[in-house]
Ligand binder design. Structure first.
Ligand code: GTP
Ligand code: MG
Length: 419
């Protein structure tokens, strides 16, 4: 099975893909960083003003790369997978997140509960705390009631953000770098475009939580049309939540399910045009977040699940919830690796290529200079050789002439003597 007995995720969880890719790309950037540093030091050492080997442009370039690489490494440590939940008030958005986190972290309840954006992310601390937008002081929270009080004690606009930092040790999804964003009901706020700009542009996956007791609403559709206009092909999952309520009307269940399935698949495939019909089947699920949360929260405290809270057929719905999570994990890790790391990879390549070209410039300038000097020496050498040869020829010549002169004189002397 995928889950180990202690509740930790096994190494085969699709989310590990993100962690592995992050580690690998981080290692690569450590290497790029040392390459850029070494190149920078080498260039600085060779860049003596009198040697005139490096242009000012090239020297500057490498210094800038050093900052750029550090910037990317900094972003890398903050890169996480982000999932945002939307839907009408009371459809169960907060309950779905709690079920995935396996504990009742976010306040939920009847009526309009979540009144601003709430982000849940992991912290290495052993205590939870919250950060409120616009204030730097973290507030400690021990339990859900305190959290609800803390949230309601601050008057915030619907688009402002409260961040709950929850101990990673308590939750495997947070350990694996998933960040959850809960939102107020989309029927409550008029400023949806602002919401999208502020909270959605960097989300890897969107989950639309629909009320299976009614149907997909026009407000919900409109919101996703706007998301889709700003982001090309967003990853959208649709949860038909509160499916436990259908258990009380078993004779209608299949028919209602087919109706919802048809409507939601048609929305994803034909209206939003984000998946094809085949893929859409892995994007629509019928679940009960309430039951999933009850079972999981109790599995943690090891008290037996009170079956009275669970309705007929709950195992099937729990299975469907786990199935949703599996598909969600596959989708979010793949998408986050592509969107976040592809950019870093091409930046890394660009930096290496440019540093290489600066180094090559330096090498070929130095080579040219050596060549010139060599040529100068070899020309001088040739001249010396020529002169030497001339001298030799000349001296041979002189020797010959002297010899002839001597012979001549000799001959003249002997003839004079004879006369
Ligand atoms: P707002 O924050 O107000 O927008 O609502 P929400 O979408 O976050 O809904 P919330 O999770 O607060 O749930 C609303 C109520 O519905 C709570 O009382 C939940 O216990 C209940 N609820 C959530 N999911 C289910 C479900 O699957 N089945 C049933 N029966 N009740 C559910
Ligand atoms: Mg809520």
């Amino acid at each position: 099975t995928r889950k180990l007995a202690n509740g930790r995720q096994s190494p085969t969880s699709p989310l590990k893909l993100f962690g592995q890719a992050k580690k690998k790309i981080n290692d690569i950037f450590v290497e790029i960083s040392s390459y850029v540093t070494e190149s920078g030091e080498f260039l600085e050492a060779s860049n003596k003003p009198e040697s005139d080997l490096l242009s000012a442009d090239d020297a500057d370039k490498v210094k800038q790369f050093f900052d750029k690489v550090n910037g990317i490494r900094e972003i890398l440590t903050r890169d996480r997978m982000k999932v945002a939940f939307f839907g009408r008030t009371s459809n169960g958005k907060s309950t779905v997140i709690n079920a995935m986190l396996k504990s009742k972290i976010l306040p939920s309840g009847i009526g309009h509960t979540t009144n601003c954006f709430v982000q849940v992310e992991g912290t290495d601390n052993s205590d939870a705390y919250i950060l409120v937008e616009g204030s730097t002081a973290p507030r400690n929270v021990q339990d859900i009631r305190q959290l609800a009080n803390a949230l309601s004690s601050v008057k915030l606009d619907s688009d402002s953000l409260v961040t709950i930092c929850w101990p990673k040790e308590k939750c495997s999804l947070l350990r694996d770098d998933v960040v959850f964003v809960d939102s107020p009901g989309i029927d409550v706020s008029p400023n949806l475009d602002h919401w999208i700009d502020k909270h959605c542009l960097d989300a890897d996956v969107f989950v639309l939580v629909v009320n299976a007791e009614s149907t997909l609403m026009q407000t919900e559709k409109n919101f996703f049309h706007r998301v889709s206009a700003k982001l090309s092909k967003p990853n959208v999952f649709i949860l038909n939540n509160r499916w436990d309520c259908s258990a009380s009307e078993p004779e209608m269940m299949e028919e209602v399910k087919m109706q919802h399935l048809e409507r939601t698949i048609q929305f994803l495939v034909e209206e939003l045009n984000v998946v094809d019909r085949f893929q859409a089947e892995d994007r629509v699920f019928f679940v009960s977040a309430r039951e999933a949360l009850i079972c999981r929260a109790q599995a943690d405290t090891r008290t037996p699940t009170p079956n009275s809270n669970l309705l007929e057929g709950f195992q099937g719905r729990l299975f469907e919830f786990a199935n949703f999570e599996r598909k969600f994990e596959e989708c979010i890790s793949k998408s986050a690796v592509q969107t976040k790391f592809a950019q870093h990879t091409s930046n890394g390549k660009e930096i290496i290529t440019q540093v290489k070209s600066v180094m090559e410039n330096l090498y070929s300038t130095a080579n040219n200079k050596r060549e010139q000097r060599h040529q100068f020496f070899s020309e001088t050498q040739d001249q010396l050789d020529y002169t030497e040869k001339q001298m030799r020829l000349l001296s041979e010549d002189i020797k010959e002439k002297i010899k002839l002169m001597v012979e001549e004189v000799d001959r003249k002397v002997s003839t004079a003597l004879v006369e």
